[in-house]
Design a protein around this ligand. Structure first.
Ligand code: 5GP
Ligand code: MG
Ligand code: MG
Length: 180
């Protein structure tokens, strides 16, 4: 699969992403204005660039933690079975928590993670996804904040990979196989 040559066509520029993050950060800062210290939970690995840019725009005391859940492996389709590969370091009971996801696709990953975190009794639990593919949804769920709604295309860049490649692209692009 990785040997099959592909190209990446830009879909969302680095500039648009930065502008959207400023808007989202203002809303989130307002939402959590009364918190002592917000726990911002990045879902590894795809959200690492997004969370880095997002927390730097938040005008709030924040703690950053990570959780790794796996549903895709290295392929292009969700396995529908979500496993927790790395759990949070800190307890979230009674805390305000913001879960940061790269893409909501079928919805299995985020719904599994939310169920898990909800069972730990946070004071407030909210979610933000950079990208949303509503056409692909199998579990009814919407993040509290979404950066961009996109069509049913396989995307890479800005933290998001194809078989562990392209995470370092500064923009979001769509994968295209020229021979198709
Ligand atoms: P879901 O469980 O909602 O189907 O899938 C969520 C996860 O699958 C996302 O967090 C992301 O890591 C991965 N995913 C979904 N769509 C894409 C895509 O277009 N490109 C890549 N690289 N990963 C995706
Ligand atoms: Mg993800
Ligand atoms: Mg991946």
């Amino acid at each position: 699969m990785t040997e099959r040559p592909y190209v990446v066509d830009e879909m969302i520029s680095a500039k648009s992403i930065a502008a959207r993050i400023e808007e989202l950060a203002r809303e989130i800062t307002r939402e959590f204005g009364d918190t002592d210290k917000l726990v911002v939970v990045g879902l590894l690995r795809g959200s690492f660039v997004f969370i880095a840019d997002l927390v730097r725009e938040l005008n709030l005391p924040v703690e950053v933690d990570f959780l790794e859940a796996s549903s895709y492996g290295d392929g292009m389709e969700s396995s529908r079975e979500v496993r927790i590969l790395k759990d949070l370091r800190s307890p979230v009971e009674g805390r305000d928590v913001l879960v940061v996801e790269d893409i909501v696709d079928t919805g299995f990953t985020l719904s599994h993670v939310l169920r898990l975190l909800q069972s730990r009794a946070p004071r407030k639990l909210r979610t933000i996804a950079l990208l949303d593919k509503p056409a692909r949804r199998e579990v009814a769920l919407k993040a509290d904040w979404t950066g961009f709604e996109i069509p049913d295309e396989f995307v890479v860049g800005y933290g998001v990979d194809f078989a562990q490649r392209n995470r370092n692209l500064p923009f979001i692009g769509k994968v295209r196989f020229p021979e198709d």
